[in-house]
Design a protein around this ligand. Structure first.
Ligand code: AMP
Ligand code: MG
Length: 348
């Protein structure tokens, strides 16, 4: 299939392009588009045939449900049986934005979206291109991240081209995404509100509104558990290379990573180092990639997936990576790093 590539830099001026994209969604085709988290792979969320094409393009396991993206609370109301009071409060504070909420689904939501579950995950993105696409398509848009299943999520249109060219009808280039990590998934359908996936809205943000929010126990770095959110059980965001996360204080971290790097290089392996801005000058070697600054961990979130993809392009055999503190957005960063590394972590 020929994949059309369009670039949107001025929404007001580019009505024709957005209409073309929306007409493809209405015709049951798949269109990749920018959101404030990562690029999404979108299709008409009420059409089973259209949604099937998303699973096919990504190679996504059928038991992993999708998030529906809406442009308004009116659109949300058609998709759910009820909206609890706490959900309204979250919507008021965090929508549009990187918070996905679970609701009891209404009849019109196809089973393929929820992988047969009785709950449906929904969010309202804040990216103007995403909102405009949903509005013009006049339907909720199902959209997982626009990467091949298992690969790092795309934060630039070029990443989507790498994974999806020839497999989908259109890619909308809207520049680099903002947050750089996926949305937070929050379950409000049970007695205690649970975060099923940490993301752009932090635990600390949510606790200001709902003090009783907890992290789902299935989120630990252990690999043996029964996940409540099917997505928890898969290896995700993974580079081609083997990856190890190093945790400890700054001094021992740098020493241990350099030592390991020399050891691997002596075996003839190509080593890549994924480090924080503050430590960059303390490492030696060709393939030192900075993921962002610990002073502002949002920069790490923003640059992380791009850094991992760049290491893949360098044909690295093993990536040695610094960990970050697990507060604020650090929780989501460590969740992605540990998944990318398949749980491989050295504590110093
Ligand atoms: P992605 O679309 O790749 O960002 O992943 C969506 C995430 O939301 C996955 O981890 C899914 O397992 C999770 N998810 C979607 N719908 C549900 C649901 N109804 N119940 C629990 N988790 C869900
Ligand atoms: Mg994904």
């Amino acid at each position: 299939m020929e994949t059309e590539l369009i670039r949107i830099h001025d929404l007001d001026e580019q009505i024709l392009e957005m209409d073309r994209a929306a007409s493809l969604i209405k015709a049951g085709e798949v269109v990749a588009f920018p959101t404030e988290t990562v690029y999404g792979l979108g299709a008409d969320g009420l059409s089973e045939a259209a949604v099937r094409k998303i699973f096919k393009a990504k190679g996504r396991p059928q038991d992993n449900p999708l998030i529906l993206h809406v442009d308004s609370v009116q659109m949300l109301e058609r998709l759910v049986l009820d909206i609890p009071e706490d959900a309204y409060r979250c919507i008021e504070r965090f929508w549009p934005g990187p918070l996905t909420l679970l609701f009891r689904k209404s009849e019109i939501v196809p089973d393929i979206i929820t992988a047969g579950l009785q709950t449906v995950a929904i969010r309202m993105p804040s990216h103007p291109v995403a909102l405009e696409l949903i509005r013009r398509s006049a339907t909720p848009i199902a959209a997982p991240s626009a990467n091949t299943s298992g690969r790092p999520s795309p934060t630039r249109a070029s990443h989507v081209v790498q994974d999806m060219k020839g497999k989908i009808a259109m890619i909308i280039d809207g520049g680099k995404t903002g947050v750089g990590l996926e949305s937070t998934v929050l379950d409000l359908t049970e007695a205690v509100p649970m975060i099923l996936r940490p993301g752009g809205v932090t635990l600390e943000d949510l606790r200001e509104l709902l003090p009783e929010v907890e992290m789902d126990p299935g989120l630990g770095d252990g690999r043996e558990f029964t996940p409540k959110s099917p997505g928890q059980k898969y290896r995700h965001y993974a580079p081609n290379a083997e990856m190890i996360i190093f945790s400890g204080d700054r001094e021992s971290l740098v020493t241990a990573m350099m030592e390991r790097a020399r050891e691997e290089e002596s075996k003839g392996r190509r080593v890549g180092l994924l480090v924080t801005e503050e430590n960059r000058d303390r490492y030696k070697g060709d393939n030192v990639i900075v993921m962002g600054s610990v002073e502002d961990k949002r920069t790490i979130a923003h640059g992380l997936f791009d850094a991992i993809r760049r290491l893949d392009e360098l044909e690295i055999d093993i990536i040695l990576c610094e960990s970050v503190e697990e507060d604020q957005i650090g929780m989501a960063i460590m969740n992605r790093l540990l998944k990318a590394a398949g749980g491989n972590r050295i504590r110093l």
